[in-house]
Design a protein around this ligand. Sequence first.
Ligand SMILES: NC(=O)c1ccc[n+]([C@@H]2O[C@H](COP(=O)([O-])OP(=O)(O)OC[C@H]3O[C@@H](n4cnc5c(N)ncnc54)[C@H](OP(=O)(O)O)[C@@H]3O)[C@@H](O)[C@H]2O)c1
Length: 312
Amino acid sequence: MQAVTLEKSPDPVLVLSDVAEPIPGPGDALVRVEAFSLNLGEVRRGYTMAAAGWRPGWDFAGTVEKAAADGSGPKAGTRVVGFLEEGAWAERLAVPVRALAALPDSVTTVQAATLPVAGLTALFALERAGPLVGRRVLVSGASGGVGHFALQLARAGGAHVVAAVRRPELVAEAEADGAHTVVDDATLAAAGAHGPFDVILESVGGAALSNALTMLTRTGVCVTFGNSSRTPAPVDAGRFYLTGRPRLEGLYVLSELRHVPPSEGLGRLGRLVADGRLKPRITLEAPWTDIERVARALVDRQVAGKAVLRVS
Ligand SMILES: NC(=O)c1ccc[n+]([C@@H]2O[C@H](COP(=O)([O-])OP(=O)(O)OC[C@H]3O[C@@H](n4cnc5c(N)ncnc54)[C@H](OP(=O)(O)O)[C@@H]3O)[C@@H](O)[C@H]2O)c1
């Protein structure tokens, strides 16, 4: 069968290669992958630090070809969404059933493929804040894969939602995703405008994180989970602690998912899509033979929302 692998010749390039068929363990379902989405973290890893032969891939959706031998999990023929720590961009996968959720009929595999890392990161980050009704939430990097889900989930949770974007042409998308107010990064930084916030989801890093730590309410929480700008963030300690009892929390979804079964959150997200309360924004959909072009487009920030590849 084929899978996406990293080739170095000598520059890194993602290609389709022949690999061995997966061998399911007793608690693994055999899944035929129909679509997967790309995330910035795994693509950057491939282009910067992974070794030749590495197989990327966290998110996938498809159909169970063979149920787990121990009788657990979804039956053969069930459409599923799932998550693996690597190697999910392949025709077939052996997947522990804890990492699979059955899909509602109305959710397509292309939609579902967007949910695992981006959707679960947004969900877990917001859950760090507790109930959201009437609370003020700021989402940085709001035009990205995680950001657009965070806007929708925060709005669905009853929050007043402020989105920070850096490209004016993406303001309308952030509004459509549920933001009450959309600000550009520069305005937000200059004025500390629109704060203070009970909850800040921060993934841009650098100045955006520095500023976020000055914009919290007395008991507010900033959840940091990314550093898209790849710059360090100086902290004005006084402005942070003099607020009262604000918190800065880190979130690493791969670590969370070792403790919490992906199936649980993926089931919730799938139902939200089925209900029309969560709408994955897919701005690039292509066959998986285009993997290198699409991965480069993601790194070069030519994708807002999510990119999905179809496996055929
Ligand atoms: N800790 C975790 O478990 C976890 C999980 C998922 C993601 N992440 C990280 O979280 C971040 C967001 O993930 P994603 O999948 O949403 O990525 P994405 O789809 O590539 O979105 C990146 C977002 O950040 C913005 N951005 C990028 N570089 C920027 C810069 N230099 N200054 C200001 N804004 C910038 C982008 O704005 P434009 O649209 O204008 O380019 C976009 O809104 C990434 O850094 C990713 O690695 C971490």
